[in-house]
Design a protein around this ligand. Structure first.
Ligand SMILES: [Zn+2]
Length: 206
């Protein structure tokens, strides 16, 4: 069997993301440009240190948010950072082939997809058919939320609930259970704050 050494441990990967986000927030990002030599080196292969499932929202580009360069993050972006067959296939590829030690589900405050799912869940709002199919992935995450609170607070809670739901769904796959048990990878949720640029990592049980 081919031995594979990940670029770093899950804990080191998480530290790199935290530090990158801090540089981004402080306006000290490292990567205004990428040199040709780096591109040539990357053409030989990739060994990203983290896999990110994020939202398509134009305001949340993971590489910029984490001050990460080419070849460092394996990224899936889909509205509402939801799972689906293609997304699960992409994540399985990241786990089994790239073996990134860290998986992050990255939601964000003010997510339009989550807002639409709230409108569907609590007010019976309807969207176009394919959007409805997308929202069906978010609606179950909203069970237990109190819709009598102010809309901004409800959306804030729903964004986090949606991230936690996705993390839990992923964690329940046999593959993730085995890999987490063997400490081959770590899977956590996070929420990006649009106004500050800061990423809030959701530790289990928070
Ligand atoms: Zn969004």
């Amino acid at each position: 069997m081919e031995t594979f050494s990940p670029p770093c441990t899950a804990a080191e990967a998480l530290t790199r993301l935290r530090e990158g986000n801090e540089r981004f927030v402080q306006g000290r990002a490292r990567f205004p440009t990428v040199q040709k030599e780096i591109l040539a080196e990357l053409a030989k292969g990739q060994q990203p240190f983290a896999t990110i499932l994020g939202c398509s929202d134009s305001r949340v580009p993971p590489e910029l948010v984490f001050d990460a360069s080419f070849g460092e993050l394996f990224v899936v972006r889909v509205a509402g950072n939801v799972l689906g067959p293609s997304v699960l296939g992409t994540l399985q590829y990241a786990g089994s082939h790239l073996q990134t030690p860290l998986f992050i589900v990255l939601g964000h405050e003010g997510c339009g997809a989550v807002e639409a799912a709230l409108a569907s869940r609590f007010h019976g709002a309807r969207q176009k058919n394919r959007i409805e199919v997308l929202l069906e992935n978010i609606v179950p995450a909203l069970d237990g939320l109190d819709d009598s609170q102010p809309p901004a607070m409800l959306l804030h809670q729903a964004v986090e609930a949606n991230v936690r739901y996705t993390v839990q769904t992923l964690r329940n796959t046999p593959e993730a259970r085995a890999r987490e048990r063997e400490a081959l990878m770590k899977l956590i949720g996070a929420v990006y704050e649009l106004e500050t640029g800061r990423v809030r990592f959701l530790e289990p049980g928070d």
